[in-house]
Design a protein around this ligand. Structure first.
Ligand code: NAP
Length: 285
């Protein structure tokens, strides 16, 4: 028997319905939540991402502003725009789409975003809040993964979680969120000699690598939860994750849970950005 499916699309729709209600309540109180998205340069993938974010705002009653600049924009000019948006009372969240052109230091720009408006959760301030176990804005992708795990109804407390990948945007915050939820956490990366040794003991596996078949059937324990963050293409050009989905699902068995790609983590990422923007608006004075 295959594992039970963790349906990111359905969960995302459920959370978005709540976002719409909360946004309407704030709007009625004269405080419509607002997100500013800055895109520098003409990277086609980035253009699609920002369009989707702006559309998601419009669909759920959030105000949004998309500022697009040529790749020749100077760092000083970008910092000036961030400063203006920091001071704009209609804007509660600021997102600068990565990657930036090489002459701009991403940390300088992210660090210039007011802590209360850092809805990507990528600033050192937000990262520090997470490390310290303090409240704050959490990076959308790992935040979405936590919601997917919670949606199984199984407690995270006391579980052994293995995160594969240690990027600042996914793997590390994922490990910290699991730790905060009282899991015992192991982090694997490209220097880990035998990842299966760890994942076979895991109750929760989160794969965030960007390499197909990183997690195979022989690497999981029956009954575990597997969350697949990876985005890859197979030989036929079809979207797939880091997990060998069909075989791993069978190995997990009917007591296990698995998120698919597409339809798992992907839909949750923009949803959690909306949630963060709402949270920022609700907390704004
Ligand atoms: P990243 O910055 O490239 O980090 C990848 C991580 O995987 C690194 O920590 C790297 O280890 C580790 N790694 C690489 N090869 C490995 C191997 N053979 N065995 C074990 N670990 C290995 O990528 P990312 O931004 O974290 O994203 C990871 C994946 O998630 C990508 O496919 C990305 O497209 C996807 N993603 C999806 C969403 C979504 O919304 N669905 C959002 C963000 C990212 P080292 O640190 O040792 O190099």
């Amino acid at each position: 028997m295959p594992a039970q499916l963790i349906d990111g699309k359905a969960l995302s729709e459920h959370i978005r319905a709540d976002v719409g209600l909360r946004a309407a309540a704030l709007t009625a109180a004269g405080r419509q939540p607002g997100l500013a998205v800055i895109l520098v340069g003409d990277d086609p993938a980035s253009a699609v991402y920002v369009r989707n974010k702006v559309r998601a705002c419009a669909d759920h009653g959030l105000h949004s502003v998309l500022e697009q600049y040529p790749s020749s924009l100077t760092q000083d000019a970008l910092l000036a725009r961030v400063a203006a948006l920091n001071a704009d009372p209609q804007i509660h969240g600021i997102l600068v789409q990565m990657p930036l052109p090489r002459h701009i230091d991403p940390q300088a720009v992210i660090g210039a975003i007011a802590a209360a408006k850092d809805v990507d959760g990528f600033s050192l301030h937000s990262a520090g809040q997470l490390v310290a176990g303090l409240p704050g804005l959490r990076p959308a992708t790992p935040y979405g993964c936590m919601k997917l795990i919670e949606s199984t109804g199984l407690a995270v407390k006391g579980k052994h979680a293995v995160v594969i990948g240690r990027s600042n945007t996914v793997g590390k915050p994922m490990a910290l969120l699991l730790l905060q939820a009282n899991a015992t956490v192991t982090v694997c990366h490209s220097g880990t000699p035998d990842i299966g040794l760890h994942t076979r003991q895991a109750d929760i596996v989160v794969a965030a690598v960007g390499r197909r078949n990183t997690v195979t059937a022989g690497m999981v324990k029956p009954g575990a939860i597997v969350i697949d963050v990876g985005i890859n293409r197979n030989e036929e050009g079809k979207l797939c994750g880091d997990v060998d989905f069909a075989a791993v699902s069978e190995a997990l068995g009917e007591g296990g849970w698995i998120s698919p790609v597409p339809g798992g983590v992907g839909p949750m990422t923009i949803t959690m950005l909306l949630v963060n923007t709402l949270q920022a608006a609700e907390e704004a004075q």
